[in-house]
Design a protein around this ligand. Structure first.
Ligand SMILES: [Zn+2]
Length: 303
């Protein structure tokens, strides 16, 4: 059987999926070994891929990497301990007969949703991943937009707060990530719950609880969600004004808040964006944690 393999390298886990004709047949995951500057990661991947392959023929292999990538060269991946590395050449050396695609992980997830998930059939798509941070990817005319230094789609660092901005891990102030990520939502909850009678007054508060309490009518929780969606809609308006996508997909753990979140953002967006991009659709991602392996596989299939 001819197969294409999709790999998603995360900071803690590496996911590998074997596909035939776009169908996920088998997947495996291993821990990411970041010791010694991540020097064993590539061989670990080869080992798992070889195990998965068995008697199958490898037509292509796509790999999503948590760092900027330009034309198959990884410019660096801090979480893994990597500096610049020509991953395409290394993979081609090991699998000389396979098509090889190396892409940024957030871009891979976007590509996955475009080819096999909620944005199937759309050609101009932006995906925003709302997790512990905020990431994103841009597909225009069915092509991933990498940008000059592999940093297109870094939507988490759009400035959305000017007056009293939070400091971001990137060193800037007022980044979208500080308000629309799971961490950001909890931070806002801690600020707004002070001195109030609210269900948010509990230890180890999670972003999911904030949304659940809001859906159940807790006033202060609703204020937190309103604040988060104001910032997110503002960021989306900026993105849409620049790239004019057909669809903006919301993915990542925070997007499990579902239609409640998606509809709020879509409604607020209409009041903040330029009139000619008002019809931008909003959707929830559907592939979950598998978006990366689907997208990496799709990138390899297009080589
Ligand atoms: Zn930032």
């Amino acid at each position: 059987m001819k197969v294409i393999v999709g790999v998603d390298i995360g900071g803690t886990e590496i996911k590998v999926g074997k596909f035939n004709d776009g169908q996920l047949i088998e997947k495996k995951s291993i821990k990411t070994d970041t010791t010694d500057y991540g020097s064993r990661i590539i061989n670990d991947i080869f080992r798992v891929v070889d195990e998965l392959l068995g008697q199958d023929t490898l037509e292509g292999i796509g790999i999503g990497v948590p760092g900027p990538v330009v034309k198959g060269i990884v410019l660096g991946a801090q979480n893994l301990g990597w500096e610049e590395i020509d991953l395409t050449s290394k993979v081609k050396k090991h699998y000389p007969h396979a098509h090889v695609a190396i892409v940024n992980d957030a871009n891979a997830a976007t590509f996955g949703e475009v080819a096999y998930g909620s944005a199937k059939g759309y050609h101009h798509v932006v995906m925003i991943t709302l997790g512990t941070g905020v990431g994103g990817g841009i597909v225009i005319h069915d092509q991933l937009l990498e940008g000059f230094s592999g940093s297109a789609g870094e939507v988490g660092h759009i400035r959305v707060q000017e007056t009293n901005p939070r400091r971001c891990s990137c060193g800037l102030f007022g980044c979208l990530e500080q308000y629309a990520s799971a961490t950001g939502v909890v931070k806002t909850a801690y600020e707004l719950r002070k001195g109030k009678n609210t269900r948010l007054n509990k230890a180890n508060l999670t972003c999911k609880e904030v949304f659940d309490f809001a859906k159940e009518g807790d006033e202060v929780s609703i204020q937190v969600v309103e604040s988060m969606t104001d910032y997110l809609a503002s960021g989306c308006a900026t993105i849409a004004d620049v790239v004019n996508p057909e669809v903006i997909i919301l993915g990542g753990g925070v997007s499990k808040a579902g239609a409640y979140l998606c509809e709020k953002v879509a409604n607020k967006f209409k009041k903040l964006c330029f009139y000619s991009v008002r019809n931008t659709k909003f959707m929830l991602a559907t592939l979950g944690n598998d978006a990366g392996i689907y997208g990496a596989m799709h990138a390899a299939s297009k080589q």
